[in-house]
Design a protein around this ligand. Sequence first.
Ligand code: FES
Ligand SMILES: [Fe+2]
Length: 361
Amino acid sequence: MNKQSDTLTKGQQLIPNGMLDDNAPRNMWWCAAHVDEITEEPLARWLLEKPVVLYRLSDGTPVALDDRCPHRWAPLSEGEVKNDQIVCPYHGMEFGADGMCSKVPTQKSIPKSAKVQSYPLRTSGAFVWIWMGDPEAIDHEPVEMGFTTDPGWSVITGYMEVAANWVLIRENVLDLTHIAFLHSNTFQQDDWENPPEVSMQGDTIVYEQDFPPSPLSPLFCAAFGFEDKKIVKREQRGWMPSLAVSFSDWNIHDLDAGPDKRRDFIGRGAHIVTPGERGKTHYFFVASFDSPNAPVEILEKTKAGVISAFNEDKDLLQKIQARIMKDPRGLDFPEINLGADGAGVAVRRVLKRKLDAERGN
Ligand code: FES
Ligand SMILES: [Fe+2]
């Protein structure tokens, strides 16, 4: 085990009540939706324990408002967007993209307090990001996701809702030593026996590990254009630049490639989590390959394989969350850290620092 992860594994549960209470920082960009999900039809989505409605103006600008009319609290998402105003389905009040009421059908005067909260949005790659904290505190842009819309890449995206706190997913995707066990039938990548090197590069958590030649997971062989279980050399490198998103690169080297054949490939996963209702998380995922135009049927088969593997995570994480919630001991239960938890423990440190800064602890 390297020194860095040795240091990181010291210490106990760093986020008391972290899995039961609201433990999401607000002053950061979280993913609200895949770009294609936001249209002129209102989309209702719980984000950071608030009901939000998402839609587009006629010029394509995405909008996010509180999904509760300030009159009698009807969900605005049940209404429609007309002339760039969202119309409440109950008594027809209309609101603009800034959240201000622009019309009350039954009277001329508009009460000053007739408004809903409007949230800043940004588009990065194939995703739309929302800032639900103090808008004055915006001091950075969302994580760069350009590869997800780069025609040089073949990209799969997907979504699932997971009934578990978002931190459980964060830790899950940063400790891939579970692949050999939980995913023994799907990934079939059983050589991940030692923990990776973990380091901090600024605020970004990084893990890295080299593997000697071994059969590549059949989940990915077709997308790389390899026969099943092809022996390749690979380096795994993951990084988490934001609590909202982490990446996982599979750097693959084809040892049999002839002199004029391609030898080096990248398979890049992205794991994007956004807290939804209490105890639930939106999980957007990306699996991508640095070659253009992979055949659709191969991408569909790869996506089905990835979903079956991620369902194994979802199923287990939901059971963990249910235990934390049902067991009267809650979080008051021993929890040990292993060498392989270096990146996971670093997540808790980053999170604690951010929450402390926001909450003035
Ligand atoms: S509840 Fe929206 S207009 Fe009455
Ligand atoms: Fe997994």
